[in-house]
Design a binder for this molecule. Structure first.
Ligand code: ADE
Length: 222
């Protein structure tokens, strides 16, 4: 999978070199391209934003510079993802869908977002364009939201996770349940013991206990 991100803060994407994502890139399963929007600015001050038509607070990112970066990146197979708190809420099924794509482009807006004509233009050209939010809160920009999405999506690509069983177990748990609590050594820590059932070796009973715990947890988080 090819993943491009367009941003005025390329340094935000340094974590892509770490851990699972770094390994996925090294092994060639994923290829990252980070593009500095400001490098495409055409005016003397490298300006990428301006005041909104119609008035109001804040600044809006100008369409011209976005067009310059996106035109050469956009292919028939590309999914353009525009990060905005007003977008469709990102969740596990959406991560799963995007993990099937061969090319994702993350457009990281700052300020009051990107001039809407950028979205309109690529939609009109027949491209797949998605406005996505990672949750009901407002971030300073789309960079952190992109990182969240990239991590959730790439770990679903076959070969990225060291232990594919983790994925199998997760998808089994996807029907609205959260995961059960986990324990490891030592058996007793600060007077708290690991639940007896987990030491029993009775796999059927352990599975039942875990399912009940997961449901309990989900209820408590409602
Ligand atoms: N940009 C600002 N807030 C955001 C959010 N919650 N999700 C995605 N992009 C954003």
């Amino acid at each position: 999978m090819k993943i491009d991100a367009v941003t005025i803060f390329p340094d935000y994407f340094a974590p892509l070199q770490l851990s699972l994502l770094g390994k996925a890139a090294q092994s060639g399963l994923v290829e990252f391209g980070i593009h500095d929007l400001r490098a495409y600015a055409t005016n003397v001050h490298n300006q990428v934003d301006d005041t909104p038509y119609g008035g109001g607070a804040g600044m809006v990112m100008m369409p011209e510079v976005w067009g310059c970066v996106l035109d050469p990146l956009m292919k028939d197979e590309s999914d353009l993802i525009i990060l905005t708190p007003a977008g469709k809420r990102f969740d596990q099924p959406m991560a799963s869908k995007f993990s099937q794509s061969s090319h994702l482009i993350f457009a990281c807006g700052r300020y009051e977002g990107i001039d809407d004509r950028v979205r309109q233009h690529y939609l009109a050209k027949g491209h797949r364009v998605h406005e996505v939010s990672i949750g009901d809160y407002v971030l300073g920009g789309g960079e952190v939201a992109s990182l969240v999405m990239i991590e959730a999506i790439t770990r679903l690509i076959p070969g990225v996770l060291g232990n594919p069983e983790s994925l199998a177990e997760e998808s089994h748990n996807q029907e609205g349940y959260l995961e059960y609590p986990n324990f490891t050594k030592p058996q007793n820590w600060r007077d708290i013991s690991v639940p007896e059932i987990l030491l029993s070796g009775n796999h059927a009973e352990i599975a039942k206990w875990r399912a009940a715990q997961a449901i309990e947890r989900a209820k408590n988080n409602l």
